[in-house]
Design a protein. Structure first.
Length: 380
């Protein structure tokens, strides 16, 4: 259908300076081990709880998720995002959103614009796009959504470090995902991303099952949730979802979340390397953990808010191209019946956009949310 080569990027530039503004936490959830695909809303990230002394950490091994949402719920990988959103905010107006995406898709587009900035060759990538009522859905597509690290392989210590230096707040959790919103350029985004941890107190555990008849008392943080509305998402209109939803945990504020990076001590981790990832999720805190032969000293939690703001200012050329590139992509997709696949092809160093077939990205009942009229504010 269309191609966008890197050599054309100089023609794309948003007309004004760009920044992420009005970042807000919308919802969150944890995947847990269960017979059926099960999320816990709002769940909780793992609590930063480091050992008091230097600690030897095992190398990563076993099952590792690359894209857990698709691995656990392949029929509709974006469904958990929307179910969590409407569980915590039943009257959310999705019509006000221009793009719904995983952070990973935006990272890949930004890497295409600034390939080589992080020192690594850009690898092929793919994601699917569907536009419904002027809201674009970006669905992440990976060659493999999980991998198994054999005992004789070495892939670093990152996953085992997190197990040793953080404490799960949700039993059986295999990952915490946040759903945030912000404005970038002239568009409103909803972005889902995985969160490594948070700093603060342990969360209070309160449970309630949306799918069953259990009605355990909820904490004050969950009192405002509408169980009836949440239940109707999966049970109305004769639609049944394989996704099981439990209410448990407590919302952790965005300003308490952190990103964890590990590396051998002789290779320092620069802000430039991690800035795109942290900027796209507006994560304010960073842990840079260094090891020698798998032995880690206790690292510090850094507030990198100012560093990321400086990076945003210093990288305006690439960020303005990112805003313009997203507009360009959406224009092309609209000309292709609002459904397309975007691929980065190394041969030719270009993005290729082609028609997308197959099923829609969401179950039918979720599309009804675009038809719902926003609840008017109470008159004084």
């Amino acid at each position: 259908m269309a191609e966008i080569s890197r050599s054309e990027l100089h023609k794309l530039e948003f007309p004004t300076a760009v920044a992420i503004t009005n970042a807000k936490h919308l919802s969150s959830y944890n995947w847990i081990e269960a017979k059926s695909p099960t999320i816990v809303v709002p769940g909780s990230p793992a609590l930063w709880d480091p050992p008091s002394r230097s600690t030897r950490v095992n190398k990563d091994s076993g099952l590792v998720y690359i894209n857990q949402n698709t691995a656990r719920h392949p029929d509709f990988p974006l469904e958990p995002l929307f179910i969590a959103l409407y569980t915590t905010q039943p009257s959310f107006d999705i019509l006000s959103t221009d793009v719904v995406t995983d952070r990973n898709n935006l990272r890949k587009l930004l890497a295409f614009i600034g390939a080589g900035d992080e020192g690594d060759a850009l690898k092929p990538f793919t994601f699917d796009i569907e536009i419904h009522k002027n809201t674009a859905l970006f669905s992440r597509a990976e060659a493999s959504n999980q991998e198994f690290i054999r005992p004789d392989e070495f892939r670093g210590f990152g996953h085992e470090f997190e197990k040793a230096y953080t404490r799960n707040q949700i039993d059986g959790s295999t990952g915490h995902h946040r759903v945030i919103s912000y404005r970038f350029g002239d568009m409103e985004f909803i972005v889902r991303h995985e969160t490594d941890g948070y700093v603060g107190e342990s969360v209070k555990r309160h449970r309630s099952s949306i799918e069953g008849n259990q009605t355990d008392e909820l904490s004050s943080a969950l009192e405002s949730l509408s169980l009836a509305s949440s239940s109707s998402l999966t049970n109305s209109h004769g639609i049944s979802s394989r996704l099981v939803v439990r209410q448990e945990g407590q919302t952790v504020p965005l300003n308490s979340t952190l990103e964890i990076k590990t590396r051998v001590f002789r290779k320092p981790i620069s802000i430039q390397e991690v800035a795109p990832q942290i900027w796209l999720s507006q994560t304010p805190k960073l842990v840079r953990a260094y090891h020698q032969g798998g032995i880690f000293q206790t690292p510090q939690v850094e507030d990198v808010t100012q560093d990321i703001q400086r990076w945003q200012t210093q990288n305006q050329a690439n960020l303005r191209r990112l805003a313009a590139l997203i507009h360009k992509i959406l224009e092309i997709v609209k000309r292709c019946n609002n459904r397309a696949t975007l691929r980065y092809v190394c041969d030719g160093d270009k993005l290729v956009i082609s028609p997308l077939g197959g099923r829609k990205m969401l179950p039918d009942h979720l599309y009804l949310k675009w038809e719902a009229k926003p609840t008017p504010p109470n008159s004084a």
